[in-house]
Design a protein. Structure first.
Length: 336
């Protein structure tokens, strides 16, 4: 299926250096913001208290956020959990503002990092704040304490997952294609990951487990596009003679352009729908996917292809040499 077909190859490789300079600048900026500002980790990574409450009717999230902010929880994420009647409140282990500290035994009193009892007490205090502002008093369903060590373990496991995905992709591409394709694809995909993290560091969006899942999804998504382009590169090298490596890459990118538009356009439409209509629960997940897919298209086509060209890919690497016949062998295979 094609929406359109471009008859003349687009000379993408003619501007390869410019594309990679843009990528390098973006990458350096992302690393800079990661170092200077850092990521705004969620409760899953930093530790804190999870409070789940249930309302008889749809929960007024805006009123809940305003009540918690007035009580000193200005940085507590509030979102629906499972249904519009259930609300999950995350209370991170961070110092609260000075205004809330003036009120003794207020809801801003942070629990001790090693005392789940303090977390349970804080859950009761939060419930008291919500009951004082709601027409229909909510019901406390559960209070869970996430210690800093748990958050540290989650961060380490997430980093290991990212490492295993990268290694697996490199091994797969090295077996399917050639090591040059593997190296260029990993460079392009890590470029996507760092840029996503750079966006979250610059805007201080909350980095949660769902965002980590989105980053891993972007890795696999970008690899898929690179495999499609590189498969066409290999096919063109084997079937066509007389083309230079830049011409082969231009042909591969141009011939897969319609497929790229259909695939990425439909995926981006779904992700944008989640971003706009999915609510706060899916917001950061969809945000990471939106950024990742946009840069994934760019890197898979305009970053990976120039890198594989500069690594010295050529037709000879895909054509098996013809073995010379032994002059002492007859046509029936017998020796003379």
């Amino acid at each position: 299926m094609e929406f359109f077909r471009i008859k003349k190859d687009i000379p993408v490789m003619r501007h390869a250096l410019m594309f990679n300079i843009i990528s390098l600048i973006t990458f350096v900026l992302a690393v800079f913001f990661l170092i200077v500002r850092g990521l705004n980790f969620s409760v899953e990574f930093t530790g804190g208290t999870l409070v789940e409450v249930h309302y008889a009717e749809s929960a007024p999230l805006a009123e809940i956020r305003a009540a918690l902010e007035n009580a000193g929880y200005s940085d507590a994420p509030v979102q629906n959990f499972g249904s519009t009647q259930d609300v999950l409140i995350r209370l991170p282990l961070k110092p609260h503002n000075a205004a809330a500290a003036d009120a003794p035994e207020s809801a801003s009193a942070a629990p001790d990092a090693a005392a789940p009892d303090a977390a349970a007490r804080q859950g009761e205090l939060v419930l008291a704040v919500l009951r004082s502002t709601a027409a229909t008093p909510p019901e406390l369903r559960r209070v869970e304490f996430v210690g800093p060590q748990v958050g540290k373990d989650l961060a380490e496991n997430g980093a290991l997952a990212l490492l295993f995905v990268v290694v697996g992709i490199m091994v797969y591409l090295a077996f399917r294609f050639e090591w040059r394709f593997s190296v260029s694809t990993i460079i392009a995909n890590l470029h996507d990951v760092i840029i996503i993290l750079g966006f979250f560091a610059f805007f201080q969006w909350e980095f949660s487990l769902s965002v980590l899942a989105a980053v891993l999804a972007v890795l696999g998504y970008s690899v898929n596009e690179s495999v499609v382009v590189f498969d066409r590169v290999r096919e063109t090298f084997r079937k066509t003679r007389g083309l230079t490596t830049p011409q082969v890459l231009d042909h591969a990118i141009t011939s897969t352009m319609s497929r790229t538009v259909i695939t990425h356009g439909s995926t981006q439409a779904v992700v944008l729908s989640m971003l706009i209509f999915g609510g706060e629960t899916l917001h950061n997940f969809a945000l990471a996917l939106t950024v990742g897919i946009c840069f994934g298209i760019y890197s898979s086509v305009l970053v990976a292809s120039p890198i594989v060209m500069w690594l010295g890919i050529s037709r000879e690497q895909f054509i098996k040499p013809v073995k010379a016949k032994d002059p002492t062998m007859r046509a029936d295979g017998a020796c003379v």
